[in-house]
Design a protein around this ligand. Sequence first.
Ligand code: 6GU
Length: 230
Amino acid sequence: MRFDVLTLFPQIFGGYLTQSLLAKAIERHLVDVQLHDIRDWAKGKHKKVDDRPFGGGPGMVMMVEPVVECVEAVQAMAQPPGRLIQLTPQGRRLDQSVVEELCREARLILLCGRYEGFDERVSEILKPDAISIGDYVLNGGEVAAMVVIDAVIRHVPGVLGDEESAKQDSFSGDERQLEWAQYTRPREFRGHAVPEVLIGGNHEQIAAWRAEQGRKRTEKRKGEMKNDEL
Ligand code: 6GU
């Protein structure tokens, strides 16, 4: 699967791309992430990518011309042109069902905004799929793009060591059950012991205990959630 990230700050992605699961997936050619600096498509001596809003008001708006030209050029760099995602707090909220929809694409183009957003004509011309990662405002779409990549690559065949892991994740499938409590060594720390059942080795009892744990966590979390999150 290929991701193209369009940003004014490609260096933000450096550490993320070179660590852990994603680095291994890239090394094994399961995932390809290409970074593109929107400023490379800016015109003039000052390579201007943002300007003051018509009508006044605070902040700067990302200009339509470099953004549209960057997206079009990047889409033409490889086949297929890919699905264009605009990271914006005004977008549809990312959840596991959106992630499962995105992972079916061969290529995603992730357009990250900064400042007070994009000139509206970016949306009119390119008709991106606008996605938000939650109801709070970030300084830009870069962290949100990493969230999208991180969630989506878990579903790319071969990326996880154990092929079943993504399916077993909380929120996957219809159950949306939270996972059970996990423990590893030591068996006791500061008076907190690992539940006896996990040490006994009775697999039926362990499975029953875990199922009960998952149910309890899910119930507790539902009690804490607002209605629209259920
Ligand atoms: Cl995708 N971008 C920004 N700037 N803020 C956000 C967001 C995205 N999702 C939640 N807040």
